[in-house]
Design a binder for this molecule. Structure first.
Ligand SMILES: [Ca+2]
Length: 426
């Protein structure tokens, strides 16, 4: 969902039309001059290239850290004028990152233009398309469904790697995990590409106020932080507080480190958990951002439905556990190699999960119920943000993007959680 939407909104085709027109027009003009016409001026022909969904990933614009091979565009650029500060013209589109990359990197030099749209960029951790808008008949997700009904829904979008940090770092930089050399949970993309311009950085350079609340980068340790992406210090970017993971004292007391029970149902308010606090802060930020004289890029990252499946009881009550179907198929694909069916050990870190991978039918039902519950919990928080946009009369001037960092298994094919390449994961 995420990348396709980005490609749509952040297209640079107009930039390339401008740049290539200039390149080709100038080159043809040079040829006519060399022939020294004596009787009358020769009107040059025009070869007009439009390049769809292309950004600045060519060497002549310094893009992609020189890793892309574009010798023909580069040699044309050398023979003529190259616009490095061209912008997509539609006021209905958010500025494209390529246009930003080609522009001055000084925030104060941002071009004076008509009113630009704000961006509300919502990241949801471990969200597979268990949503009504994707045809799931069990999911109770009215708010994401209404967002989908008002915008574009991407039905065949895939992430770059089915685990948090590589997927997020790739999306935020527009670079493949192999390019930024981020394949694990510990590496920071700036170790390989210190000067890479991230998506929020692009907006910042264009005069946007950029802010991060919740999990946008990895959410734990060094890869959680990228100060230059943001206009102000992020909130809740790294949360390792046991009391915000578990509301029940019993579950906190039994936890080993941050891992206790894999599920929790508690009679508490939304903000007993991190995501409720993130939503509170985001609602307040929208109110404040409305008063600023700058457009904003507000990134809001929710940590559910990531494990543990902890949520206020009212979200558990949205579902009848007996009506949630068992995983199907629940066995590894026949003849699949061992590497393809290796379990990500994430689930086994929880105290009520056996280490041998053998889950009872009841535990499987509880876990599947818990995942749906946490999706609905997140959906309710997304709904609060959409309502806040409406209340503040920002809905018409704000692009809303909602994306999940990768898919998930809930017992299907005998697999749990993430980090494999079956269709449910990436
Ligand atoms: Ca994740």
């Amino acid at each position: 969902m995420a990348m396709s939407r980005m490609r749509k909104h952040l297209s640079l085709r107009f930039v390339w039309t401008l740049a290539l027109l200039t390149v080709l027009g100038s080159a043809i003009g040079a040829k006519a001059s060399a022939e020294e016409p004596t009787e009358r001026p020769v009107s040059p022909n025009v070869l007009f290239f439009a390049v769809d969904d292309t950004r600045d990933w060519v060497n002549c614009l310094g893009g992609y850290q020189g890793a892309v091979h574009t010798p023909n565009i580069d040699r044309r650029a050398k023979r003529s004028m190259l616009f490095t500060n061209a912008h997509y013209a539609s006021s209905k589109c958010v500025p494209s990152p390529g246009a930003v990359a080609g522009a001055s990197l000084n925030e104060t030099d941002a071009p004076k233009r008509g009113k630009r749209l704000n961006v509300l960029f919502i990241a949801v951790d471990d969200l597979r398309p268990t949503l009504g808008c994707y045809g799931d008949e069990i999911a109770v997700t009215p708010n994401m469904d209404r967002l989908a009904s008002r915008g574009a829904l991407f039905r065949r979008a895939y992430c770059q790697q089915a685990v948090c940090n590589p997927s997020r770092a790739s999306l935020m930089t527009g670079r493949r995990p192999d390019t930024i050399r981020v394949w694990d949970l510990k590496s920071h993309f700036r170790e390989t590409l210190p000067d890479v311009v991230t998506l929020p950085q692009c907006f910042k350079h264009q005069g946007y106020h950029t802010r991060s609340i919740g999990k946008i980068y990895h959410g734990v340790g060094k890869p959680s932080r990228d100060p230059v992406s943001w206009s102000v210090a992020p909130q809740y970017d790294e949360v390792l507080t046991l009391s915000l993971r578990y509301a029940k004292p019993k579950n906190r007391n039994q936890a080993i480190g941050l891992h206790g029970s894999a599920t929790e149902s508690a009679e508490v308010r939304d903000n007993a958990y991190t995501d409720g606090l993130v939503c509170d802060a985001a609602e307040a930020a929208l109110e404040e951002l409305k008063t600023r004289h700058k457009p904003f890029f507000l990134a809001v990252g929710f940590r559910k439905p990531h494990l543990p499946f902890c949520a206020p009881r009212r979200y558990w009550d949205l579902y009848n556990r007996s009506k949630i179907p068992a995983p199907a198929p629940d066995k590894h694909p026949a003849d699949a190699p061992e590497l393809a069916v290796r379990s990500w050990k994430e689930l086994e870190a929880y105290t009520d999960i056996p280490n041998d991978g053998r889950l009872s039918t009841e535990k499987i039902r509880e876990l599947r119920h818990g995942y749906y519950v946490c999706v609905s919990f997140t959906d309710a928080l997304v709904g609060r943000l959409l309502d806040q946009l409406d209340r503040l009369k920002l809905a018409e001037s704000t692009v809303v993007i909602l994306w999940g960092d990768h898919g998930y298994h809930l017992g299907e094919q005998g697999l749990w959680t993430k980090a494999n390449n079956y269709d449910l994961n990436p």
